[in-house]
Design a protein around this ligand. Structure first.
Ligand SMILES: [Zn+2]
Length: 130
């Protein structure tokens, strides 16, 4: 199994099956902040319906910090998105992509806090520095 493939599996067992882009509701956030959405990209992208369907059914491992920026291929540095969402993310200028990457990181952090709270009964939200 390739590293990306096993990491995708590990990420999904930790954060839930499916796309983190959808789980984190990122389209709702970027519609306001960037004025563009994946939903719009889906309508205007250069792929035909058959290709889009297959790209939406497959998942990609997305590096939150790119490998050319010395980002590692690890659980910490990865997010699971569909192949079509991945194409959208990489169609954006780097600084706009970074906005999405930040949202994905926040989702991962919050999810783990929630999960810890759920499994231990202890809240980690209160001892956070502001
Ligand atoms: Zn990527």
């Amino acid at each position: 199994m390739s590293t990306n493939k096993s990491l995708k599996k590990a990420l999904m067992s930790l954060y839930g099956k499916g796309s983190m882009y959808q789980l984190a509701r990122i389209d709702e956030v970027i519609a306001v902040k960037l004025g563009k959405t994946y939903a719009e990209y889906e309508k205007t992208c250069p792929y035909n319906e058959k290709r889009k369907k297959s790209m939406k059914a497959k998942y990609a491992y997305h590096h939150l910090q790119h490998t050319y920026e010395e980002g590692d291929t690890t659980l910490e540095n990865g997010a699971v998105v569909t192949v079509l969402e991945h194409a959208f993310i990489h169609s954006l200028p780097r600084e706009e992509e970074e906005f999405i990457n930040r949202e994905l990181r926040v989702f991962k952090e919050n999810y783990l806090k929630w999960y810890k709270e759920y499994t231990t009964g202890k809240s980690s939200w209160d001892d956070e520095e502001r």
